[in-house]
Design a protein around this ligand. Structure first.
Ligand code: ARG
Length: 575
C-alpha cells in the first residue's frame, strides 16, 4: 500500500527530474509520526539525490529543495507538496490514504499487510542458514544462550516471511575435553535413574562435581583423559554413553524450545566435524598458511587479527578448526547464499578469524557469512539463584506474571491463565531484549520487564488484547463497505501514517538484523492506537462511522499480531 504511493510520487519526480523511478524510490520514505503534530506522509531526501548525482552538489541545497518543490504540482494522488529543510514533504489525499491502507482489512484479516510489499522484493531471494542458540551439553544455559535463541529465531522468522528459504540450525557444544570429565564423572557418581528423571540437571551436577574433584583426584584426571581418548578413537562403549547424553539433551531442549515457540531444522554440533577438521588443517598446510610454534601448536598468521591456533601440539583440533570444517560442510550441504551466526560479542574475533581463514582457503562465499553479536545481560536471576537452565527463566517469567495477573481486575479470571502468563511473560523478556541495539549490555530486572505500562512486552500484549476484545464485541459491523471520508480525525490519520512505515521497518531490520526497528514500530503503534481508542469510540457511533473505525482498529490489531509473531511473541488471545 505504501508502495503504491511511493511509486506514484517517484513517477511524478521522474517526469520532472528525467531520471528513472527506480533511482528515485530509495530517496523516498514514510515520514515519522508525532501524535500532537501534523506530519506529511512521505519525505524525499534531497541530499540523497545529490549524493547519487541526480542533483548537482554545487548548488545550495535549500535553494535546490525549494526550486524542485515549486516544479512539482499536486495531482490526483498527492494533495500537498512542501519544502522542509533538505527534504520535500508529500501528503496524499486523505480519502485515498484511508481507502488504500484499509482495503486489505475490509474483507479478510489482512495478514499479508506489509509483508508482500514491493519494497521487500527488491533483494534477491536465496537460502539463508541461521545458526542460533547452540548451548553446550552438560553446561549452563546462560542468558547469552537465551539471547542467541530469541534473536536467531527473530532473524529466521523475518527472512522467512520475506520469501527466503531458511535453515534453522542449532550447533551444539557436544565435543571437547569436557566430555572426558563428564564420561569419567558419570561412571563414578552418575545415576541412570536421575539421568532419566532430570537429565539436564543431572548431567550438569556430574559435570560440576567432576570439575571440582579433578583438582585433587589424579585418578579421575587420568580416567577423564582416557575417556576422551576413547571417544576420539570411536570406542563403542564410550561413544554409546556420549550418544546417550547427547540424545537426552536434545530431547529435553526440544521440549523447552517448544515452550518458547522455537524450533530447529537441524541439530548439528561440534562432534560432527572431527575428521573434516583434520582435513582443514591439511588444506591450510598445502596452501602454505600453517606455521608450527615452538610449543608445537599449528597456527595461521592473520595479519590484522593476530595468530590463530588450529591444532594443538597433541594433534587435537580446536573450536575454530571445527567451525571451519562445519562452515565448509554446510556450504556443500545446503549451498546457502548467506549464513548468519548469532552469539555474544565476546566471540567477535573468533568469527572474524573464521571468515578470514575461509577466504584464505579460497572460499569466496566467506563474504556472505555474517556474525550478529550481542551484549551481556547482567543480573538475570531466579528466586533460587543464577539461571542454570532455560526452563528456569521460563518458569520464573510464568510464575511472576501469574502473580501480577491475579492482582489485576482485567486478567484475574482469564481462561488458561498458566498459558497466558507464560506467553505474556515471554513477550516481556523478548521486548526488553530487543528494544535497544543488540550489541549493548543491559541490566535485567523482573519488575521492570513485567510492567504493564510503558514500553514493555506486557503493554504490547495488552494493546493487542484490547483491540481483539473491541473487534469481538462489534462483529455485527463486519463485512462492510468502508466509507473513507469519515476517518478524518488526526488520531485516525496518525495511525494510518504510521502503518505506511511498516514495510520500511521490516526492510531495515532485515538489512541490519536489528529487531529494535520492529519493536519500536509496534510500541509506537500501540501508543497511537491507545490514543485513537480514546478519541474514536466505535460503540454508539453512527453505523458507517463505527464501521470505518472498527476497520482501522482491525488493521492495527492485525499488524500488531503480525509484528509480534515475527518477534517470536504469541499474541494472546490468538485472534
Ligand atoms: N556453543 C558455543 C557457546 O556456547 C556457541 C557456538 C556458536 N557457534 C559457532 N558456530 N561457533 O559458546
Amino acid at each position: 500500500m505504501a508502495c503504491l504511493f511511493r511509486r506514484a510520487i517517484a513517477a511524478k519526480l521522474s517526469r520532472t527530474l528525467q531520471h528513472p523511478e527506480e533511482l528515485l524510490l530509495p530517496a523516498l520514505s514514510a515520514a515519522p509520526v508525532f501524535r500532537k503534530q501534523q506530519t506529511p506522509d512521505f519525505k524525499l531526501s534531497v541530499s540523497l539525490l545529490r549524493s547519487k548525482g541526480i542533483l548537482p552538489t554545487t548548488a545550495d541545497i535549500q535553494l535546490q529543495t525549494e526550486d524542485l518543490t515549486r516544479q512539482l504540482k499536486p495531482d490526483n494522488v498527492v494533495e500537498d507538496i512542501s519544502a522542509g529543510s533538505g527534504t520535500i514533504n508529500f501528503t496524499v489525499h486523505r480519502p485515498l490514504l484511508v481507502q488504500k491502507l484499509l482495503e486489505p482489512f475490509e474483507a479478510d484479516a489482512g495478514v499479508e499487510f506489509g509483508l508482500n510489499s514491493e519494497l521487500l522484493k527488491t533483494s534477491e531471494r536465496g537460502t539463508i542458514l541461521v545458526e542460533y542458540s547452540s548451548p553446550n551439553i552438560a553446561k549452563k544455559f546462560h542468558a547469552g544462550h537465551l539471547r542467541s535463541t530469541i534473536i536467531g529465531n527473530f532473524i529466521a522468522n523475518l527472512k522467512q516471511v520475506l520469501g527466503h528459504a531458511v535453515i534453522r540450525m542449532n550447533y551444539l557444544g557436544d565435543w571437547g575435553m569436557q566430555f572426558g570429565l563428564l564420561g569419567a564423572g558419570f561412571s563414578q557418581f552418575g545415576s541412570d535413574s536421575k539421568l532419566k528423571d532430570n537429565p539436564l540437571q543431572h548431567l550438569f551436577e556430574v559435570y560440576v562435581r567432576a570439575n571440582r574433584d579433578v583438582e585433587h583426584d589424579d585418578c579421575l584426571k587420568l580416567e577423564a583423559r582416557d575417556f576422551f581418548r576413547k571417544l576420539e578413537q570411536h570406542d563403542e562403549k564410550a561413544l554409546g554413553l556420549w550418544q546417550r547424553f547427547r540424545d537426552i539433551t536434545v530431547e529435553e531442549y526440544q521440549r523447552v524450545y517448544e515452550r518458547l515457540g522455537v524450533h530447529f531444522d537441524v541439530y548439528s554440533g561440534e562432534s560432527l566435524h572431527q575428521s573434516q577438521s583434520q582435513d582443514v588443517v591439511q588444506q591450510l598446510q598445502q596452501r602454505g598458511l600453517l606455521r608450527t610454534t615452538e610449543t608445537g601448536a599449528e597456527v595461521v598468521d592473520l595479519s590484522e587479527s593476530g595468530v590463530c591456533a588450529v591444532r594443538r601440539s597433541d594433534g587435537t583440533t580446536l573450536y575454530i578448526t571445527r567451525d571451519l570444517a562445519a562452515a565448509i560442510d554446510r556450504k556443500a550441504k545446503y549451498s546457502f547464499t548467506e549464513m548468519i551466526y548469532v552469539t555474544d560479542k565476546s566471540q567477535t574475533t573468533h568469527f572474524q578469524q573464521l571468515f578470514q581463514i575461509l577466504s584464505a582457503l579460497g572460499h569466496s562465499w566467506a563474504q556472505s557469512c555474517r556474525h550478529v553479536p550481542f551484549g551481556l545481560v547482567r543480573g538475570m536471576k531466579t528466586r533460587s539463584g543464577d539461571v542454570v537452565f532455560l526452563e528456569d527463566v521460563l518458569n520464573e517469567a510464568r510464575s511472576r506474571m501469574l502473580h501480577n495477573m491475579s492482582q489485576s481486575k482485567t486478567t484475574k479470571d482469564l481462561e488458561d491463565p498458566e498459558d497466558t502468563a507464560e506467553k505474556v511473560g515471554l513477550s516481556a523478556l523478548i521486548v526488553q531484549d530487543f528494544r535497544g541495539p543488540l550489541v549493548s549490555d543491559y541490566s535485567f530486572h523482573w519488575d521492570r520487564v513485567l510492567q504493564a505500562q510503558g514500553d514493555t512486552g506486557v503493554f504490547l500484549q495488552y494493546s493487542h488484547a484490547r483491540l481483539c476484545s473491541l473487534l469481538q464485541k462489534t462483529t455485527e459491523l463486519e463485512a462492510c463497505r468502508l466509507d473513507p471520508s469519515v476517518l478524518s480525525e488526526a488520531s485516525a490519520l496518525s495511525v494510518l501514517q504510521h502503518l505506511l512505515r511498516f514495510d520500511e521497518v521490516l526492510l531495515q531490520s532485515s538489512q541490519d538484523l536489528q529487531p529494535k526497528h520492529v519493536v519500536n514500530f509496534l510500541l509506537k503503534l500501540s501508543h497511537l492506537a491507545a490514543y485513537a481508542l480514546r478519541e474514536l469510540p466505535v460503540k454508539g457511533s453512527p453505523t458507517h462511522v463505527a464501521q470505518a473505525r472498527r476497520c482501522l482498529f482491525r488493521a492495527v490489531c492485525s499488524v500488531l499480531a503480525t509484528g509480534m509473531r515475527l518477534l517470536g511473541i504469541t499474541p494472546r488471545p490468538t485472534a
